[in-house]
Design a protein around this ligand. Structure first.
Ligand SMILES: Nc1ccn([C@@H]2O[C@H](COP(=O)(O)OP(=O)(O)OP(=O)(O)O)[C@@H](O)[C@H]2O)c(=O)n1
Ligand SMILES: C[C@](O)(CO)[C@H](O)COP(=O)(O)O
Length: 375
């Protein structure tokens, strides 16, 4: 059974407020929609992902498509967006999910997929546990029995052919895809929902979603420290930038002490040894190597293990050369090599007040930290 996750993200998020529609707002280190996509991308039962975007957000499409995601334009109502997305789905089953439910856990997806073995439709629901009232003008006007009532969540899963036919036959507003399915006669099982599977709707929901995501995240910090001695030369490589100097740095590779230290910080966060583990100095192929090779390797290793590099802080310790005039270029180079935004990279420098080996101008030391996050 091939399952496509259909993530609807074409709403404007008017109730949530903010400068951007809620799915594009930052939350716990990445955008809301990225958490949602990641939840399905890492689920072993999901074979393909279709994302429905608002026409004004189509500039985001190439980056999503580069991740193997199919992107289509949505419509004025949620049901229009679902219909547009269903046309692009492949396989036999579909999980229709709100981009705004970015904390969805694998166990909720598992429950829906299992129920689809015996039903044409399945969706998570939470039994209502609070007392229910009718109200008007700030006063209670009646009560409502809660027996048999559920709060509906997504993903709502269906046989693809059946839900396409149901949407084609449906007219008028629909609270969700279960309503559309039932109107067509599709039998829908209720599977276990989760209080954590909230839909970001109002401004306060961002903080709640961040707490949920952060409580399950694997957040790691690694540190690195390296030293290279000065030797003959007319420039030094620091954080990928060649800086004219009256001496060079000695080393087996290009001796870029900045990139070596950041690379070690990432390996440290991954508990993956150090630069010498992966690029032994005894191996002649790394003689004179450009150090971006090492940082690229560490950053890819982190990505392959599901981590996002969210921050790098690097401090160079030397009396000379002066780092300040080159710090912006260094940040840009570290960001480019590691594949992250420049705003996530800090490069700064200090002297050691003429004390010690750096103070005597015998070499350059460097320390760095790297933060990795896995949702
Ligand atoms: N025309 C629409 C409307 C909604 N959605 C998506 O449907 C999900 C649930 O809808 P809701 O929470 O109501 O989102 P918005 O419509 O964006 O919110 P608001 O009503 O506050 O504007 C969201 O992921 C939203 O992006 C969509 O794809 N197309
Ligand atoms: C589909 C849904 O998430 C089920 O709870 C919900 O109905 C969609 O959000 P909206 O606020 O009703 O548009």
């Amino acid at each position: 059974m091939t399952v496509t996750a259909l993530i609807v993200a074409a709403g404007r998020g008017t109730r949530a407020g903010g400068a951007l529609p809620k799915q594009w707002q930052p939350l716990a280190g990445r955008r809301v929609i990225d958490h949602t996509i990641e939840a399905f991308a890492r689920h072993p039962g999901v074979g393909a992902i279709v994302v429905v975007l608002h026409a004004q957000d189509m500039a985001e499409a190439p980056a999503l498509e580069a991740r193997g995601i199919t992107v289509v334009a949505g419509g004025a109502e949620r049901s229009d967006s679902v219909r547009a997305g269903l046309a692009a789905c492949t396989g036999t089953r579909v999980l229709i999910h709100d981009a705004a439910r970015c904390c969805v856990q694998a166990v909720v997806i598992d429950g829906v997929l299992s129920a689809l073995d015996t039903h044409a439709g399945a969706a998570p629901g939470l039994p209502v546990t609070d007392a229910l009232w009718h109200g008007a003008q700030g006063a209670v006007t009646g009560t409502q029995a809660r027996d048999g009532l559920f709060a509906a969540q997504t993903p709502q899963g269906f046989d693809l052919v059946a839900i396409r036919a149901a949407h084609d036959a449906y007219t008028g507003p629909a609270a969700d895809d279960v309503a559309v399915a039932r109107a067509y006669g599709i039998d829908v099982a209720i599977t276990p929902g989760s209080a954590d599977n909230l839909k970001i709707t109002g401004p306060d929901d961002f903080a709640r979603a961040a707490r949920i995501l952060e409580s399950t995240m694997d957040i790691r910090t690694g540190n690195g420290f390296d030293v290279h001695a000065f030797g003959p030369g007319d420039r030094v490589m620091l954080c990928g930038v060649a800086i004219p100097h009256d001496r060079g740095l000695k080393g087996h590779s290009d001796a870029d002490v900045g990139l070596h230290t950041i690379t070690d910080a990432i390996y440290g966060a991954l508990c993956a040894g150090d630069i010498g583990t992966h690029f032994p100095p005894s191996d002649p192929q790394w003689k004179g190597a450009e150090s971006h090779i090492f940082l690229t390797h560490a950053a890819e290793m982190a990505r392959d293990q599901g981590y996002t590099l969210t921050h790098v802080d690097c401090t160079l310790i030397c009396e000379a050369p002066k780092v300040g005039p080159h710090a912006a270029a260094m940040r840009a180079e570290v960001a480019r090599i590691s594949g992250i935004e420049i705003e996530r990279v800090s490069v700064k420098a200090t002297t050691s007040e003429r004390l010690g080996f750096t103070g005597r101008g015998e070499g350059i030391a460097c320390m760095a930290t790297a933060t990795l996050v896995k949702p």
